[in-house]
Design a protein around this ligand. Sequence first.
Ligand code: GRF
Length: 204
Amino acid sequence: ARLAILLSGRGSNMVALVQAVQRGGLHGLAEVAVVFSNKPDAPGLDTAMALGCPIDCLDSQGRKRAEYDAEVVSILTGYVPDYIVLAGYMRVLSPTFVRAFAGRILNIHPADTHLHQGLHAYEWAFNNRLPETKITVHLVDEGLDTGPVLAQQSVDLRGADTLAEVERRGLAVEHQLYAETLARLLRGDLPTLAGAPAALDSTT
Ligand code: GRF
């Protein structure tokens, strides 16, 4: 399967996915069609290039969402992706975008999407002194972090007394869960989870 990985910043999840494609659990299952960013200066773009990935970019600064997204859809379509993999892509997708790749857009959210949506999920867990949080990989629908959950994994936060430590533990789980979930999706052996089967069926 051809993956288009979308990012806006650091790109640590992108690195984990690319490494899984090159020599991990996604090897032979997936290839990176493109790493795309809405920010020309995203550090993740340079990292992707250094890893040998095709990269592309369209600056979203000052652009109207619908119009910008229509252009991104046409750019991405040129790379013939099977899946759009959001990896710290800091934009809410317009309905046009979601419909263009319906059921084939994945996101990773650093919280249980039933309990927390949107930005600052690690701050939320830290400020509330949660003993654990759940990393969620889900399909993207037209809402904000509302799509069918594909996989969740909990992170033990007991004793994590700084936000940096919460993030460190969370990211370690993110990096392995995202690649592992994609591998299971591509092999067709994701267990039945609420909401997921219908969305998956529509892609086959
Ligand atoms: C991650 O915490 C991810 O879950 C969230 O945005 C962050 C991106 O980090 N959606 P990185 O750019 O992958 O390092």
